[in-house]
Design a protein around this ligand. Structure first.
Ligand SMILES: Cc1cc2nc3c(=O)[nH]c(=O)nc-3n(C[C@H](O)[C@H](O)[C@H](O)COP(=O)(O)OP(=O)(O)OC[C@H]3O[C@@H](n4cnc5c(N)ncnc54)[C@H](O)[C@@H]3O)c2cc1C
Length: 343
């Protein structure tokens, strides 16, 4: 049986980034991923926000998006927000994951695909759960598990509109209860999706998505190229995410903005902390080092966003959403929306 310093479970952005950093630091690292290819079964739209674009050098990004349109359920008279900066770019996620696998391997990590955890063949001093919203590692290590999840679904189409790249966000509790429906069209691809609370969907998700696509004045697609989806943890960072046997990172740790459901930036930032704490712990053997990976303390940063998400979740009637939009049309409402979306 192989024994490694660290077993990273999951080859998403969190797992691959953590593995690369640990292998770069000289540890013996194995990654096990149950998918047979990182280019299939993608669970994200791949919208990267400005903060991430400023701090990380990511490959395979699409054109910049500076314009957001916010729609009430009637789809009429949207609120327009335009930024002077490049706020979003949509990544070609298959390309980004492939590059991350290559980088991790080049650093010395042993990345195994088609290898589900728990794997009998690899024994590790420390296990990192980067295995997504429904983490098996969390359960096996007795750490916290995500309980507040929304479910997302989307289709990706090729487009050639020549129109201004735009992120359309629709607040409609009939389609996307507790969250939003979206179209992001960067001039190369159009992602049409929605997410919401599974217990409040009024029809099967593919049906709701079709209803949304048919009702939304988006450019006519040539046929879906890809269908994506999956659970999104929105309860905020979990409190107990580390023990002497291992830790959790990314979605497994609940590291997703409770309001925007954005998890790609937290994946990258949290994997840096996870790698540095793991390295210090394995080098020193001092368990107090693990206290630096404190979910309860990091969770405080999400407090305001958690409250706002609860507010969004309370909008159950289309009429209430239309009413909320009258507040969004005021200068203060627009400034608040811009602050949430353009950070
Ligand atoms: C529809 C949708 C759209 C989204 N859009 C955006 C967006 O545009 N921008 C944004 O910032 N965030 C978005 N998110 C959230 C974001 O994608 C996630 O927070 C982020 O991708 C999580 O990365 P991760 O590496 O933690 O987990 P994942 O990417 O889920 O990776 C976990 C990996 O672990 C593997 N795995 C699971 N169990 C096992 C096991 N037992 N053994 C081995 N391998 C296992 C899985 O196959 C997977 O490859 C979206 C989420 C969804 C569902």
């Amino acid at each position: 049986m192989d024994t490694v310093d660290v077993l990273v479970v999951g080859a998403g952005l969190a797992g691959l980034n953590t593995a690369r950093l640990l292998a770069d630091a000289g540890l013996d690292v194995a990654v096990c991923e149950r998918r047979t290819s990182v280019g299939t079964g993608i669970r994200t739209t791949g919208i990267f926000v400005r903060r991430t674009l400023d701090d990380y050098d990511l490959p395979h990004l699409g054109p910049a998006v500076r314009r957001v349109l916010l729609y009430p359920p009637s789809h009429r008279n949207p609120v327009e927000l335009v930024s002077g900066r490049d706020e979003f770019r949509v990544g070609d996620m298959a390309g980004i994951y492939a590059q991350a696998v290559e980088d991790a391997r080049r650093a010395g990590a042993h990345v195994q695909l088609n290898a589900g955890y728990p794997a009998k063949s690899t024994k590790a001093r420390f296990t990192i759960g980067a295995d997504g919203a429904r983490s098996t590692v969390a359960r096996r290590l007795g750490l916290d598990v995500n309980r507040h999840l929304i479910t997302g679904i989307e289709e990706v189409y090729p487009v050639a509109t020549g129109s201004t790249p735009t992120f359309h966000c629709v607040v409609d509790p009939r389609l996307a209860p507790g969250y939003i429906a979206w179209v992001i069209d960067d001039g190369e691809h159009s992602h049409v999706g929605l997410a919401g609370r599974a217990d409040r969907f009024t029809a099967p998700l593919p049906q709701l998505l079709q209803r949304f696509r048919d009702s939304f004045p988006a450019p006519a697609p040539a046929g879906p190229v890809q269908r994506r989806g999956g659970p999104i943890p929105v309860g905020g960072l979990l409190r107990r995410i580390v023990c002497q046997e291992g830790l959790l990172v990314g979605d497994a740790a609940g590291a997703v903005s409770p309001l925007t459901a954005g998890g790609l930036d937290p994946c990258l930032r949290m994997s840096e902390l996870a790698a540095s704490v793991t390295f210090d712990y394995l080098r020193s053997g001092n368990r107090y080092v693990l206290e630096h990976y404190d979910g309860a303390a990091m969770r405080r940063r999400y407090r305001i966003r958690s409250l706002m998400r609860r507010g969004l979740s309370m909008i159950r009637e289309p009429g209430l959403a239309e009413l909320a939009f009258s507040g969004l049309r005021t200068p203060l409402g627009k400034a608040l929306a811009a602050r949430i979306l353009f950070t």
